[in-house]
Design a protein around this ligand. Structure first.
Ligand SMILES: *Cc1c(COP(=O)(O)O)cnc(C)c1O
Length: 346
């Protein structure tokens, strides 16, 4: 059988030969001493892209998120986030475990922000009985929402409301690059509305490792201390920052190809059964399938496609996810569609 087609996530890509060469050639130094020139230039570069003062390179997006909310929200205070957000569901309770932060959530259809839903929950300066809200997190694109792009008008409304309440805003921008390419909204436009931002280089951009937490100089300096305390002070890590620079140079604009292929997958799947997905909701590189009207579970569908050489994720009993990425081409897209058609009617 051919190499399997792996659509479990956009994290499964392998660094290309050219990226490996960029890594090999990157000048390095001890980053704990601030001496790694490739890390320093990466942090400055990503901060400038988003109009932020400073960046902190981290091994994972989860750590970038956790450092940000650690800085914004004190122990015993509260962070608000959408019910299906990565911070709440996919970081293993880190905010509670490491930072003593509690969360309250609001549900949103396809993860799409309605500012009022979040603002109505917020309770700043709640006195001696109730938990005080100090931060709100927004995920863009929204992973479990199906790669949806947050409406700028709602982000603006959230910022205005947060200002009135004296509240900080964090952007989980693991896939903000996809939102930027699909919407045409500039990265520094997104950057304007948030106090802290996390971005991943290891998702659609195809670096093997790496995220950056963006903030004010002062907050970034604090985050650097917490990064070391959490055990993620890294040494000659310019090898990885070199991959990240390469990804920023070559892999942003091409995300539109991933979006086109995701749309093709969704359209073909909807032609088999329109209850599975509305292709109009597929804005970026994630195709989330709702199997409630089918007699099979997501796990059963994933095992059928796997036998035929296509790997997808079963993220809920009736929810399957396909994610397109830079190691997935047009030919594989056609093959994946054929496999899915057979698996869905079987
Ligand atoms: C992948 C992801 C992260 C970070 O994940 P790591 O695996 O820790 O790098 C954060 N937020 C969202 C929305 C993600 O999809």
């Amino acid at each position: 059988m051919q190499q399997p087609i792996d659509l479990r996530s956009d994290t499964v890509t392998r660094p290309s030969q050219a990226m490996r060469e960029a890594m090999a050639q990157a000048p390095v130094g001890d980053d704990v001493y601030g001496d790694d020139p490739t890390v320093n230039s990466l942090e400055e570069r990503v901060a400038a892209l988003f109009g932020k003062e400073a960046g902190v390179f981290t091994p994972t997006g989860s750590l970038a998120n956790q450092l940000a909310i650690r800085i914004l929200v004190a122990p015993g205070e509260e962070l608000l986030a959408e019910s299906n957000s990565h911070i709440v569901r996919a970081e293993l309770g880190a905010a509670a475990v490491f930072s003593g932060i509690t969360t309250r959530t609001w549900p949103a259809k396809n993860g799409l922000l309605i500012a009022k839903d979040a603002l109505d929950l917020a309770r700043p300066n709640s006195g001696p009985y109730l938990v005080s809200t100090t931060g709100i997190a927004v995920e863009n694109t929204h992973n479990f929402g199906g790669g949806t792009i947050q409406p700028l008008a709602e982000i603006k409304a959230l910022r205005e409301g947060a200002n009135d309440l004296g509240m900080a805003l964090h952007l989980d921008g693991a896939r903000i690059w996809n939102a930027h390419v699909a919407s045409g909204i500039a990265l520094d436009e997104y950057g304007k509305y948030f106090d802290t931002i996390s971005v991943c280089l290891s998702k659609g951009l195809g670096a093997p490792i790496g995220s950056v937490m963006l903030a004010s100089k002062e907050s970034a300096a604090k985050a650097r201390i917490w990064r070391k305390r959490y055990g993620a002070g890294m040494r000659q890590v310019g090898l990885l920052a070199g991959a990240a620079h390469y990804a920023l140079d070559h892999n942003i604009a091409r995300l539109s190809e991933d979006h086109r292929r995701a749309k093709e997958l969704a359209t073909a799947i909807a032609a088999v059964n329109p209850s599975l997905i509305d292709p109009n909701t597929v804005e970026t590189n994630i195709v989330g399938l709702d199997l409630t009207e089918l007699p099979i579970s997501a796990a059963e569908l994933a095992s059928r496609t796997r036998e035929a050489g296509l790997w997808i994720s079963a993220l809920g009993p009736k929810y399957a996810r396909l994610v397109t990425h830079l190691d997935f081409d047009d030919q594989q897209c056609q093959a994946a569609i054929e496999i899915l058609k057979r698996a869905l009617v079987a």
